[in-house]
Ligand binder design. Structure first.
Ligand code: NAG
Ligand code: NAG
Length: 225
């Protein structure tokens, strides 16, 4: 009995000591979701690590965004060269990643959201209209500025935003994120190109237009672009 009491006291003391740790928040998710495998072996939030002996210094360097893609290869007039953990395995667990986006004149990086990261960026060539729309807390406020080469901007995590090349010349920006996998939700694609599609009556009611308008918009995004 005395043993049991001592054991319980020790357990209680340990729990008290651990309390601050136990109250810490969960780590942020690094993927859209991670359905529990109730019989699985323990895994990690992200990718498992290679043994450090096989990770040479090349993992810490990348040339991926030294050049950009062709912005005229798709209807947006912009081309995103991604540099997240999937392109640069050395970023795993470090909580950062980058992108380069090249724009033709009049090209846009359409309205989108990064669910897992704040974005800071610099326009390195040309001039881009950067627009950010606040949540209802801000009264849906539209914040915008034409950002020139050498100037910077920040997009708070989760806010919808876009870039648009208002110049006569091609434009380029380089951005970084405080997540190894920021994720992207393209608003037009999300509404009109989901797979399977959102039922048309939902969009008719939500957007206050006729079904033909919704069908037309859906027809523009069936290919993912
Ligand atoms: C981006 O540009 C490259 C060529 O540099 C092209 O191969 C690729 O298809 C383009 N991507 C998109 C999505 O337009
Ligand atoms: C073009 O924009 C649409 C959303 O409007 C998006 O789904 C698509 O991935 C974009 N394409 C490129 C190449 O960025």
């Amino acid at each position: 009995m005395e043993h049991l009491n001592k054991a319980l006291t020790a357990l209680f003391a340990t729990l008290l000591l651990l309390a601050p740790l136990l109250m810490a928040t969960d780590p942020d998710p690094l993927q859209d979701f991670c359905v529990a495998d109730l019989n699985g072996k323990p895994s990690v939030n992200g990718y498992p690590c290679q043994p450090s002996s096989s990770a040479g210094d090349e993992f810490l360097f990348s040339t991926k965004i030294a050049s950009g893609g062709d912005p005229l290869a798709n209807p947006n007039g912009s081309n995103v060269t991604e540099l997240d953990v999937n392109e640069w395995p050395g970023l795993n667990t470090l909580g950062v990643s980058m992108n380069r986006v090249d724009f033709a004149p009049g090209g846009t990086n359409p309205p989108h959201i990064h669910p897992r990261a704040t974005e800071v960026g610099m326009v390195t060539r040309g001039e881009l209209l950067v627009g950010i729309i606040g949540t209802l807390d801000s009264g849906n406020r539209y914040y915008s500025k034409v950002v020139h080469a050498g100037e910077t901007f920040v997009i708070p995590r989760g806010l919808m935003h876009f870039q648009f090349n208002v110049g006569k010349e091609p434009a380029t920006m380089v951005v970084s994120f405080n997540s190894q996998n920021p994720g992207i939700i393209f608003v037009p694609l999300t509404l009109f190109g989901s797979s399977p599609p959102i039922p048309t009556p939902v969009l008719v009611k939500a957007l206050r237009v006729d079904a033909e308008v919704v069908e037309l918009l859906k027809s523009k995004f069936t290919g993912g672009y």
